[in-house]
Design a protein around this ligand. Structure first.
Ligand code: GUN
Length: 296
């Protein structure tokens, strides 16, 4: 079997155009422009690229983008004061503090200072609790993007065996909660799981989010399964820099029914879902109907 390739670039473009249509409607019918504030502390090169892309995508769908670039020496007091100011600003519907923060800043304290209703990353402890208890929340962008792709491919996910490899707060745990919410039978596996291959082979849906290059091979994939690769690993092969996922693509694609490539799979969905979450937050803040198909 050769797997169907789930094209994240095409899917993310569709999500962005749905967001843009909703933004246009909000402007026309309600005179409201959703606004996203992104806070970057320091000069980490990868974070600078992410923030630049977020800014460009936000503008492209017609939303307002507020960028706050602070020096690496910014004090916790000053950063918390900025978050308080953004929490109180009616033009700002979503707030994202780019991670990782410099070591002298307490990320948990900073994230939990964000108004949960504006927490478009879904990292605030209130949103984590709401998701865990099946209540309406802001959902972390990467798992939300994976869920959208899975729903699109399968229709209903009810009753399917899902294995999530990876237990991070940002991807693994919320992904498991979302799959449970769609009535999958969910297993969270990780690097210490006994006989990981056998556990993975039980999966109709296999989500790889361990951060280990090409760890999931074809022999760990059930024939016909859907494989979602969240990994983005920079490696060197044959003297060249290369981007690979947590899945060994060639061997897995020979067995799977469907698979996301790296790059061009889950990656583009993350920013698309950030924009979707910002529109959702804006609609909730204004007591308006939420966009359909863009939330969990
Ligand atoms: N750094 C890398 N990915 C992310 C993300 O999804 N959100 C935030 N806030 N920081 C990140």
């Amino acid at each position: 079997m050769t797997a169907k390739v789930i094209d994240g670039k095409v899917f993310a473009a569709k999500v962005r155009s749905q967001v843009a249509a909703h933004v246009a409607r909000l402007a026309e019918e309600n005179g409201i422009t959703p606004g996203l504030a992104v806070v970057l502390v320091g000069e980490d090169p990868a974070s600078q690229v992410y923030v630049r892309n977020k800014h460009a995508s936000t503008i492209e769908v017609g939303m307002a983008s507020f960028e706050h670039r602070l020096s690496a020496e910014t004090s916790e007091t000053d950063l918390l004061a900025l978050i308080d100011q953004l929490n109180a600003d009616a033009k700002v519907h979503g707030i994202l503090v780019q991670l990782p923060l410099p070591a002298h800043l307490n990320s948990e304290l900073v994230i939990n200072r964000i108004d949960p209703a504006k927490d478009v990353d879904g990292f605030h402890i209130s949103n984590v609790g709401l998701l865990g208890t099946g209540q309406k929340s802001m959902v972390p962008c990467t798992p939300l993007g994976c869920l959208m792709m899975l729903r699109d491919h399968h229709g209903k996910l009810s009753g399917l065996n899902a294995v999530v490899v990876g237990r991070s707060n940002i991807v693994g745990k919320p992904m498991a909660q979302l799959l449970l919410g769609d009535s999958c039978t969910v297993t969270i596996a990780h690097s210490r799981t006994k006989d990981l291959a056998a556990v993975c082979r039980g999966a109709d849906i296999l989500v790889a989010a361990v951060g280990r290059p090409e760890m999931i091979t074809g022999e760990m994939v059930k024939p016909g399964a859907t494989v979602i690769d969240v990994g983005i690993n920079r490696i060197e092969r044959d003297g060249k820099a290369k981007l690979v996922g947590d899945v060994d693509y060639a061997s897995a694609a020979a067995v799977a029914g469907a698979i996301t490539p790296v790059p061009g799979g889950v990656g583009p969905m993350t920013i698309a879902c950030l924009l979707a979450n910002t529109v959702t937050a804006c609609c909730r803040a204004n007591g308006l109907a939420e966009p359909e198909g863009l939330t969990a």
